[in-house]
Design a protein around this ligand. Structure first.
Ligand SMILES: CC(C)(COP(=O)(O)OP(=O)(O)OC[C@H]1O[C@@H](n2cnc3c(N)ncnc32)[C@H](O)[C@@H]1OP(=O)(O)O)[C@@H](O)C(=O)NCCC(=O)NCCS
Length: 243
């Protein structure tokens, strides 16, 4: 059961809330989940080629709309989610609330706070040509950082760097176009993991990262360009939506 404190929209204490959704839990509820969506979202849902991707997206979008409704004290179906020029989503007429969402495998994570925020989750089993990705998307300094930290757990180290980089792209809203603007460290659990941001080491230190394991087998990062935040972790269960 959710309490009002779980979705308190007063982020004055520099709080960021992270919600994890395990899509498997929502599998039987597709008709109910669809009732949270607007017609354009239902059209998008119908267009996914893979049923698994469609199911993940549906649970994540329904969960997101449910949570936004609670934080904003609005009817879920009155909320209109729009996207900026590079795809960053926001709630129309509610600019005081910032959020971001990411899905991977059967997991979705949502960050909700009062400042620009980015979040990214990756399944550690995801098949990726790590050598090629490191060469193509990471700078020589980042590749050296990966080499320094990868020994104990190469996959986890790789996706640690990946999620940090993606979370930054999503916080700024630049998307993939911003990839070259940030250089991160692969060192574990490092809140100030940005090494240079737009070629500046000084600006880099304004970035804050929070690394977490939403469920075993996954790694995730939240990124935010502001002083450190208090992070509150939550799990969204299907029975909360339909209580
Ligand atoms: C948005 C992006 C940054 C990440 O997408 P992704 O990793 O495929 O998918 P995720 O599940 O993590 O995130 C998808 C969500 O990001 C959000 N999003 C899309 N564009 C965004 C942007 N410009 N800024 C912030 N959020 C954005 C959307 O809400 C989307 O969710 P939705 O489909 O439910 O609406 C995308 O630009 C991308 O293609 N990234 C790949 C970059 C890459 O190749 N990196 C390699 C190494 S770092």
């Amino acid at each position: 059961m959710l309490t009002p404190a779980d979705t308190d929209p007063d982020f004055g204490a520099q709080r960021a809330d992270i919600w994890t959704i395990d899509v498997g839990e929502f599998a039987a509820d597709s008709v109910l989940l669809r009732s949270f969506l607007l017609p354009d979202e239902l059209e998008r849902h119908a267009r996914f080629a893979s049923r698994q991707t469609a199911n993940t997206w549906l649970a994540a979008r329904a969960g997101l709309r449910f949570l936004l409704g609670r934080y904003l004290d609005e009817n879920v179906r009155a909320l209109i989610i729009k996207t900026g020029p590079n795809g960053k989503p926001f709630v129309e007429n509610h600019f005081q609330l910032c959020f971001n969402i990411s899905h991977s495998g059967s997991i979705a994570v949502i960050a909700i706070t009062d400042r620009d925020v980015g979040i990214d989750v990756e399944h550690l089993e995801r098949q990726v040509d790590t050598v090629a990705v490191l060469r193509r998307f990471f700078s020589p300094a980042e590749q050296a950082s990966y080499a320094q930290y990868q020994q104990t757990d190469p996959r986890c180290t790789f996706f640690r760097g990946w999620t940090r980089k993606e979370a930054v792209l999503k916080a700024t809203g630049e998307g993939i176009a911003g990839l070259a603007h940030n250089e991160i460290s692969f060192a574990p659990a490092l809140p100030h993991a940005m090494q240079t941001y737009r070629n500046s080491a000084e600006t880099a230190h304004t970035w804050f990262f929070h690394e977490f394991e939403p469920v075993p087998g996954y790694i995730a990062a939240l990124a935010c360009q502001s002083p450190p935040l208090q992070i509150k972790h939550n799990r969204l269960h299907s029975n909360m939506l339909f209580a």
